[in-house]
Design a protein. Structure first.
Length: 444
């Protein structure tokens, strides 16, 4: 594996496929590993120019990060890619005790020996924008400041109560945060102004992105800074989107790739741990389109009789599939059904719930020989996919109308899931008809 443009660690699995989609759609062959691969597995993807490592740090503690991100970042550093990216959600939701982005930056900064870590969060392709250090995100056709966003301001684990990203990071790290804002990026002497910011000694440099123009300017600055001061960066897939223009200008990438839709499957299995209203609409739309839904009690799946509850869920899913119907098994139908407070009373229950959903899905795939499946929920996907015994993912079908949730191909040594077509969907991602779109194998 030579001449890598980028390596990255995704803080959850849906976010990891988001980066893979952005790169693959633009002609950069990319593989996403679910754990640090051995040399034989790495060599299978020797033609790739981007390598990702899917993780779970979005839902983990700072102590977990210190123990687990350290070897992951060291492995990524050894790949010697031009950019090494710690990838976070474009809504930047995080907290000092859960998914601490500042802590992850500290670890990467030390391993790469850098005085400064650039950060880009804005990604207009995902309808995420940063202006003068404040984050905005679209929802249902409107753009909200993130602390007033109808979903993210009420996230069940890491609600966003602060839109100013410097202030938000300041609660997670003692590193000083500086900002290259929209006016600075557009200035004739932008290079000199940003160099002065860096020389003042800040540990984190935020770069605004609110439009195609500012994205291009941020990408040029990112490439300039990393070439001189170190490869480690942090942020959303806005990092890759910003760099694409800079890479093209230097002839470092080829033309985009035209992915052919794989077509419809007769049955699709979905497991969902999301409480998002976006996922609620998607489930209701799918039911209206012929899907059978199976409500699950999340507390039963993590309680003392968890195995019995899991067996009942599998039986219900199999009954629907054997009747020729696609099926969605879900632990909540929107925010009103959220049992998060009760779940959090049980240590480790959220992780166990994700694993239970993954086990349910694997058993459905195994028994019915399914060729396509979906996991909904960012934190859910991170723990559920591991139960499918998959080693790596590649992009099968990007979804340009709803980027961030592509259909992927699974690779591994376990026959029932080797070659499985799988989509990982964050709670807030996708149009209302998403599940039918995946079933039908359509781009839009």
């Amino acid at each position: 594996m030579r001449d890598l443009l980028v390596s990255y660690y995704g803080d959850d699995f849906t976010g990891s496929t988001d980066v893979m989609e952005a790169l693959a759609s633009n002609g950069i062959a990319t593989v996403l590993f679910l754990g640090i691969p051995d040399q034989a597995l790495l060599d299978r993807f020797g033609d790739c120019r981007a390598v990702g490592l899917a993780g779970t740090s979005r839902s983990e503690s700072p102590a977990w990060m210190q123990e687990n991100l350290t070897p992951a970042f060291r492995w990524l550093k050894d790949l010697q890619a031009g950019i090494c990216h710690y990838k976070v959600c474009s809504t930047f939701d995080s907290a000092p005790e859960v998914g601490n982005i500042g802590k992850a930056i500290e670890i990467g900064k030390e391993i790469f020996g850098q005085p400064l870590v650039p950060v880009i969060v804005g990604a207009p392709q995902l309808k995420r924008y940063t202006a003068f250090g404040n984050l905005f995100a679209a929802y249902q056709g409107r753009v909200f400041r993130i602390d007033r966003h109808p979903v993210m301001s009420r996230h069940p684990v890491t609600p966003m109560h602060e839109a100013d990203l410097a202030l938000h990071l300041g609660r997670q790290t003692d590193l000083a945060v500086s900002l290259a804002d929209l006016t600075m990026l557009a200035a004739p002497d932008a290079d000199a102004m940003i160099d002065r910011l860096i020389d003042e000694g800040s540990g984190i440099l935020l770069l605004d992105v609110a439009s195609a123009e500012s994205q291009s300017a941020a990408g040029r600055q990112l490439q300039r800074i990393t070439a001189a001061r170190g490869a480690f960066v942090a942020g959303s897939s806005g990092i890759e989107y910003a760099l694409l223009d800079a890479w093209r200008e230097k002839g470092m990438t080829g033309p985009g790739v035209e992915f052919q839709p794989p077509g419809k499957v007769d049955r699709l299995a979905v497991v969902s741990g999301s409480v998002s209203p976006t996922t609620e609409r998607q489930i209701r739309t799918a039911i209206a389109d012929g899907f059978h839904d199976v409500p699950l009690d999340p507390l039963a799946l993590v309680g003392t009789n968890a195995q019995a509850a899991l067996d009942v869920a599998v039986a219900a899913g199999l009954a629907a599939l054997k009747a020729g119907r696609s099926v969605i098994l879900h632990t909540a139908l929107g925010p009103s059904a959220d049992r998060g407070t009760d779940i959090d009373q049980l240590p480790g229950a959220r992780h166990r719930l994700g694993r239970a959903l993954g086990t349910i899905l694997r058993r459905l795939v195994e028994t019915e020989g399914l060729s396509r499946a979906v996991i909904a929920g960012g934190d859910t996907s991170s723990h559920a996919l591991k139960e499918l015994r998959v080693d790596a993912l590649t992009t099968l079908l990007p979804l340009p109308q709803t980027p961030g949730s592509p259909l992927c191909t699974a690779h591994g040594g376990y026959a029932p899931t080797d070659g499985l077509q799988i989509a990982l969907k964050g709670g807030q991602v996708g149009a209302d008809g998403y599940f039918s779109q995946i079933r039908d194998g359509r781009k839009d």
